[in-house]
Structure formats: structure tokens, C-alpha cells
Write a protein of this length. Structure first.
Length: 247
């Protein structure tokens, strides 16, 4: 469902020169699985996801999502994905319902199907108490649930979550993690970017560890533990990204 091959993005800065936001990143995500992309802030997670989501054009390498090339067929890729960015914003004067409906119409949904879909998402994300409240009046957790609903309103087969629980309270974060788990149960393909190791341990079928733009390791949790000799995923991560660690 998702395949990246030597995906590379080079930025050029007048002072810093060439910056490799992503450096020959390769991985594959099968349908009905959750792939965790783990890394510290600035490691290259968001750059990689933005290329997969067609928000950035790769400098070199290639990627396909649902069989479509991200560089030559971006419109077809966008029709297949739901992309929740860490910086997702909402229109303050719209209600949560209006916000979700707006993006449903952008995705070509008919009004009857859209109403039904909003009802389903509202129930799954427990949005009933604030669905008709303006976005400017919502708490951080309510806004994130609205952002997730608007991202997934067209029921995409591929879901890309970039730090979806960032800044949320424990209970809201747990609810979102559970929702993502249920998406996998419905056969969706999910990439889940996070630096919260406990979430990755609970959710991910496979994990890729990215550091300084490069994918340093990937595999199941069991494979990463065997490779590093560590039982705790955080310790596995630290050992893999440490200076001088073997590739």
C-alpha cells in the first residue's frame, strides 16, 4: 500500500548550505498494518511524511501510495490518503460539524453520505458534546479530534498521522491511540509518526527509526529488541541513534 525507495529531500540554505531533510529513506507498509516512524524533533519524520502526502516533491528517489506515484500522480495519491499534520489548523468561526463537512465536500462527498459519515466519526471520536460548537471555543483535545475527523471524513484507505497526540492530556491521547488501533482493525494502512515510545509499543506492527534524515533501523519490536539486546523500546532507540552505532 505504501512503498518508499531511496526517498531523498535536499533543502538549500544560504547560510547552512545543503541540508538533507530525508536521506535515501526506504520502507514498505502493508495493508492493514501500522508502521511507526520514530525519531526526535528534526530527525526527518515530517519531511518524509510530507513527501508521501505530496506536500513536498522528492529531490530524488520515489514513493508509491496505493499504487500511485507521489511525484507523477499527486492528485490520485491525495484521493487515497488522510493526512494529519502536526501543524493542522482549523477555521475558528466554523463549528466542528461545519469544518468536517467542508472537507467532505472538498473530497467530492454527496450530502447524504456526508451526514452519515459525520455521525459515524462523531460517535467513534466521542464528539457529540461539542460537534456544533465553534472551533475557536474548543479545547486542544477537541480541536485534535475535529482535525482527525476532517482528515478521515472521506474514509481513505491510507492514513498518515504526524504526532497526533502532541500536547494532549492523557485521556484524550488514549482515546486517539485506541481510534488508530481500530482503523487498523478495519484494514486501513497507517503510518504513525511519534517520539512517544510507549505509543509505538502499543500500536505498531513495524517500526522505522529515523535520525538525521536517514532510516537507521526498521523491523518488528521483537527484531529491534534482538538487534540491540534491550527490552525497552526507548533503550533500543537510544542505542540505535547513538554516535558510532552500527548501521
Amino acid at each position: 500500500m505504501i512503498e518508499a525507495r531511496n526517498l531523498t529531500k535536499i533543502f538549500r540554505d544560504s547560510k547552512r548550505g545543503e541540508i538533507r531533510g530525508a536521506d535515501q529513506v526506504s520502507f514498505r507498509v502493508e495493508p492493514g498494518t501500522i508502521y511507526g516512524l520514530l525519531g526526535a524533533n528534526g530527525a526527518g519524520k515530517t519531511t518524509t511524511l510530507r513527501m508521501l502526502g505530496t506536500l513536498l516533491r522528492p529531490t530524488s528517489g520515489s514513493a508509491k501510495v496505493a499504487g500511485f506515484d507521489v511525484a507523477s500522480e499527486p492528485d490520485r495519491v491525495r484521493a487515497q490518503i488522510g493526512f494529519l499534520a502536526a501543524s493542522t489548523a482549523l477555521y475558528a468561526r466554523l463549528t466542528a460539524r461545519e469544518m468536517i463537512a467542508y472537507f467532505g465536500r472538498l473530497n467530492g462527498m454527496d450530502e447524504r453520505g456526508l451526514r452519515a459519515r459525520i455521525g459515524v466519526l462523531s460517535e467513534e471520536l466521542d464528539m457529540g458534546a461539542f460537534l456544533d460548537r465553534r472551533c475557536e471555543k474548543l479545547s486542544t483535545g477537541m480541536k485534535q479530534k475535529t482535525s482527525i475527523a476532517r482528515t478521515l471524513v472521506h474514509d481513505p484507505q491510507v492514513m498518515i498521522f504526524d504526532e497526533p497526540t502532541l500536547g494532549l492530556d492523557v485521556m484524550t491521547a488514549r482515546a486517539i491511540v485506541q481510534f488508530v488501533r481500530e482503523c487498523r482493525g478495519r484494514g486501513k494502512t497507517v503510518i504513525y509518526s511519534t517520539h512517544v515510545m510507549s505509543e509505538a509499543e502499543k500500536l505498531c506492527d513495524r517500526v522505522g527509526i529515523i535520525h538525521e534524515g536517514a532510516l537507521k533501523a526498521e523491523g518488528t519490536l521483537a527484531e529491534l529488541r534482538e538487534r540491540t539486546g534491550e527490552a525497552d523500546l526507548e533503550e533500543c532507540f537510544v542505542k540505535i541513534v547513538a554516535p558510532g552505532a552500527r548501521p
